[in-house]
Write a protein that binds this ligand. Structure first.
Ligand code: PRX
Length: 653
């Protein structure tokens, strides 16, 4: 990308910036020269029970990294998120909830939230949940998801929220890995006018899970669902009987706050473990700075509660700051394509945070659905989850933001817990597609494939040189994988798995994953995970999955599938494979394209050459690089021939 247009900071943002350029530069310098001093100040944003004496004990040793922040302090997350706002805000709205259907809405005050959280924390205790136990939450975007998360952390239980679009099998794997004791779900969810059978999935998931003792069910639609006496309980019945005060537990800063599963380069999703003190300090302060939040603002993040975006910047960030936010259960295109814009108008949303994939799909609907609504309340727009392409950036800026709202392109990951790169809106002028500059305390580094650090204008592997408080501490039950994945490849650095470039002004632009992970509509999917789901079909001998450019999703799932010798290629099989992936992982993982491959290109050691398949999937048939290691070059010719053929007619599923 050569010299993108620079968008100066609009006056209305500059005038009331929480962080302006001078303070960004001064604070950034301080945060690098004296991280202890900087984060000690930031930690004053949190109410500690026992104040910490030690701020930072960290190193990125490639075999034995240490990540500990505020380790001798104690605190309680729910007190910080809820209790301390009650004096001023008990009767003020914490949440404006909109259901999937436009006529369904609720306003929940801070006082009501506190009441439900305290009661539900007592319920969990009565069900035998103790400090350190894992509670799995499988819920749609309804206020009870916040109640459930906060009730867990009030008593020191660890929440593991699983995206409600995941299948029963994916849920079961995550319950099993975490050894969860309790599952919290709903009778059903609603999305785009359709019913999501949550309780049915939950039943299928817990059938063979001996660790689950109880299932708490929230009545969302009121549908009649199967109920297992003794194991299942209705949420509303339990909380009305529960005591409305629960003493908050005293939690160590380095005690786990939550687990969140994400995909990696192997078939098994990894449960990243986040701890309490550092996560809350970094989350609360960065949320306020990124979105230039001021008292009275209405904030809306569209992410589903199953992803880290929602944990950090939809739930914990606003709650820590006592901010009012919108929760929306549905999808942007139902009942019509102006749904999001009507919600912004209705609640006078000031700060709106979403993903490029959604922008691209709404862009396709044209400007009319946006123009029907008064979006003049908007001041700041945010983007997350994948690189935003310049076309989508300009449309978001001009049409949604009316040309007056900066776009904070926030770069971070499930592993990083909170933001690493961002153009802080009052300090850093926007360049479309650039996540721009490091957040406080963040030391970005680009390396080449040999691990040499690149200086100045460069392109390389996105690494970071020092720890930050919200960083994940480990992968549950697999610390060795944690160390190997993030710290061993480039000794002394945390490696993100992303590629990036840095321009002459020190602005960073993320180009995307350089490992075996693909980013479909802002959701991370491991190619190995997809391949093992496809290969579990009895007709399949072998499969290789790669990402390919997709107009709306950013990347689509392209599967090259070799069938067993006795099986004929046929359309029905294609659909069976798609359905299998949907049931083993979830609809988000559905292959967009399946190409039959009589054989897959491999090197002489039998390793599949994904580099070549990625090019073929992208319809790039030249420059395969060094093919001298390919065991049988004819295999490539056949794959290319079939791809050329299929590109002429649509095989999208
Ligand atoms: O590839 C990067 C991309 O999303 C990955 C992290 O995915 P996940 O852990 O699910 O968290 C997503 C939300 C924080 C990264 O490795 N990514 C995230 N934000 C950006 C991005 N790519 C480019 N620009 C971003 N702003």
């Amino acid at each position: 990308m050569s010299n993108p247009e620079v968008f100066p900071i609009p006056e209305h943002v500059a005038d009331n910036a929480n962080i302006d350029l001078a303070s960004y530069e001064a604070l950034y310098r301080l945060s690098i020269d004296d991280p202890e001093g900087f984060w000690k100040e930031e930690a004053k944003s949190i109410d500690w029970i026992q104040p910490f004496k030690i701020v930072k004990e960290t190193n990125f040793n490639p075999v034995n990294p240490t990540i500990r922040w505020f380790a001798d302090g104690t605190l309680n997350a729910s007190v910080n998120c809820i209790d301390r706002h009650l004096t001023a805000k008990a009767n003020k709205p914490a949440i404006y909830w909109q259901g999937d259907a436009p006529q369904e809405s609720r306003t929940v005050t801070w006082g009501e939230l506190a009441d439900q959280i305290n009661r539900f924390a007592n319920v969990l205790k009565d069900l035998g949940v103790q400090k350190g136990d894992v509670v799995t939450i499988y819920l749609p975007v309804i206020p009870e998801v916040i109640v459930a998360m906060m009730a867990c952390v009030r008593i020191g239980a660890i929440h593991s929220v699983v995206f409600s679009g995941f299948s029963a099998e994916a849920l079961a794997n995550r319950i099993n890995d975490a050894g969860a004791k309790i599952l919290i779900t709903a009778d059903e969810g609603r999305r785009g006018g359709r019913v999501v059978p949550l309780k049915r999935n939950a039943d299928a998931a817990v059938e063979h899970q001996p660790t689950i003792t109880d299932v708490v069910v929230i009545r969302r639609t009121g549908a009649s669902v199967p109920f297992t006496m003794g194991r299942d309980h209705w949420f509303d019945e339990l909380i009305t009987q529960a005591n409305p005060w629960c003493e908050p537990a005293v939690i160590g800063a380095e005690d786990p706050l939550f687990i969140l599963y994400t995909s990696g380069s192997t078939g098994k999703p990894k449960g990243l473990v986040h701890t309490t003190g550092g996560y809350l300090v970094h989350t609360g302060t960065s949320w306020r700075n990124i979105f230039n939040w001021h008292e009275g603002d209405v904030f809306w993040c569209t992410a589903d509660v199953g992803w880290v975006t929602a944990h950090t910047y939809k739930i914990y960030g606003p709650l820590l700051n006592g901010a009012t936010s919108v929760l929306f259960e549905g999808i942007p295109t139902w009942p019509d394509t102006s749904r999001w814009w009507s919600i912004i108008e209705q609640y006078k949303v000031n700060i709106f945070y979403t993903a490029p994939t959604a922008i691209r799909s709404l862009m396709r609907e044209g400007e009319a659905p946006v123009r029907q609504h008064d979006l003049s309340s908007l001041r700041i727009l945010g983007s997350v989850g994948e690189p935003i392409n310049p076309e989508a950036w300009h449309w978001y800026h001009r049409v949604v933001g009316g040309g007056r709202c900066p776009i904070v392109d926030t770069y971070w990951q499930t592993e990083t817990g909170a933001v690493l790169l961002v153009p802080l809106p009052g300090a850093i002028p926007n360049k479309p597609g650039y996540a721009a500059k490091p957040y406080f305390g963040i030391r970005p580094v680009l390396t080449n494939s040999q691990g040499t650090v690149l200086e100045g204008q460069a392109e390389g592997n996105m690494c970071f040189a020092d720890s930050w408080p919200a960083q994940a501490r480990t992968i549950l039950h697999d610390h060795e994988r944690f160390v190997r994945t993030y710290f061993s490849q480039f000794p002394g650095y945390f490696f993100t798995g992303d590629g990036a470039s840095r321009d002459h002004e020190g602005y960073y632009r993320i180009s995307g994953r350089v490992d075996d992970v693909i980013n479909v509509s802002g959701h991370r999917l491991g190619t190995v995970e997809l391949e093992s789901a496809i290969s579990s079909h009895p007709a399949v001998a072998e499969a290789a999955v790669v990402g390919y450019p997709h107009e709306i999703k950013g990347q689509g799932v392209f599967a090259f599938v070799t069938l067993k010798a006795t099986v004929e290629e046929n359309e029905a099989l294609r659909h069976e494979i798609v359905n299998l992936v949907r049931s083993r992982i979830g609809p988000i993982a559905s292959p967009d394209q399946i190409q039959w491959a009589p054989a897959l290109p491999k090197n002489r050691a039998g390793k599949i050459l994904r580099r070549i398949l990625t090019r073929v999937a992208a319809n790039e048939f030249e420059n395969f690089g060094d093919t001298s290691t390919v065991a049988d070059p004819a295999v490539i010719d056949e794959i290319v021939r079939r791809r050329r053929q299929s590109s002429h007619h649509t095989v999208a599923l």
